[in-house]
Design a protein around this ligand. Structure first.
Ligand SMILES: [Zn+2]
Length: 331
């Protein structure tokens, strides 16, 4: 059994597809799977990891190991706007002068990604509005200084939409599936030759990707569940995720994650029917104790995504009480 903390060595997966594990500057997840597709013009890279020396070194060593020293990266396609996927984009783009490709929604969300101070101020207010006690607000809402591994981003050179096909030459392409939820700009890519799905963080083998409340997109949980349904309806088979090992049946994994969210929603309705709650009450109730502040923040964002989804579907009500959102039964 391989050590889950040590990235696997770069390897070829067949069909001119290769994978390089780029270590990440935190424990969970420990690395991101960068996929490399050979084309007649060079290489297309899907996701690049966070911007730090270990990640950059792993990418260059990986390309060397695969025999690609002389092959330029022509395109960097990023599945979504999280630093473990897009962080190194400025360095990759500057090094190879390649195209930087993302979904169109990134044009709207990159300014927020770039503005750490505004994001932190927003997060503190959000925590207070959702019942986090005043003494914990600075802890749960604090993001600290902007980490070096997420430099500021420029706009993509090319934006793509659902159904676009990114040409790989020789009648092969990557079909864009727009799969918002984990991030509003999330895309999966389906290889038109092999039907393999590059799933980013949309469908992961072992964990259920976090779904975070957004103030720009009204019901991110619906977006996510619809995007999972899409993978299920397309009967997606072989799936190459951005973290963890290859998934044999993407459609089955999407179905499992859907069931997880349906269970969680039922659980929340039952709690709210018993007693009025804030989102913070449910974080303390439903998640394991002693979460690190970063995980408490994610748990709060995910819980509000679920509760707001239920309120929008009129299964529960949301009422404001002295600036704090309380969720109550409609019965
Ligand atoms: Zn990720």
């Amino acid at each position: 059994m391989s050590d889950p903390a040590i990235p696997p060595t770069p390897r070829s997966l067949g069909n001119r597809i290769h994978t390089i594990a780029a270590p990440l500057p935190y424990r969970k997840p420990p690395w991101v799977n960068c996929y490399v597709i050979e084309t007649n013009d060079g290489l297309v890279l899907i996701d690049c990891g966070a911007d730090w020396e270990k990640g950059w070194g792993a990418l260059l060593d990986g390309l060397h190991h695969l025999g690609f020293d002389d092959r330029p990266v022509t395109d960097l396609i990023v599945s979504h706007l999280h630093p473990d996927h897009v962080g190194m984009a400025p360095r990759v783009v500057a090094h190879w002068e390649c195209r930087f490709v993302m979904h169109r929604v990134a044009l709207k969300t990159i300014p927020t990604y770039n503005d750490t101070e505004a994001t932190e101020a927003w997060m503190r207010e959000f925590a207070a509005n959702h019942g986090v006690p005043a003494d914990l607000v600075p802890i749960v809402g604090s993001m600290g200084p902007r980490p070096d591994f997420m430099p500021l981003l420029s706009e993509p050179d090319r934006v793509v939409d659902e159904g676009d096909v990114i040409d790989l030459g020789g009648a092969r392409g990557l079909e864009v599936l727009y799969t918002p939820g984990h991030d509003p700009a999330h895309i999966c890519l389906r290889d038109t030759d092999t039907a393999i799905l590059f799933s980013g963080d949309h469908v992961l083998p072992r964990i259920s990707p976090v779904v975070m409340y957004s103030d720009i997109f009204p019901d991110v949980l619906s977006d996510y569940m619809n995007s999972l349904q899409l993978v299920k309806d397309l009967s997606i088979g072989l799936t190459y995720p951005a973290h963890g090992e290859i998934v044999a049946q993407g459609d089955l994994r999407a179905h499992q994650i859907l069931l997880h969210h349906e269970r969680r929603l039922r659980e929340m309705v039952q709690r709210v029917e018993r007693i009025d709650v804030t989102a913070w009450n449910l974080v303390l109730d439903l998640f394991r104790p002693n979460l690190a502040p970063q995980d408490q923040r994610l748990a709060l964002l995910e819980t509000v995504a679920h509760l707001d989804h239920l309120a929008l579907k009129e299964e529960i009500s949301e009422i404001d009480h002295d600036g704090v959102a309380w969720y109550t039964s409609r019965r």
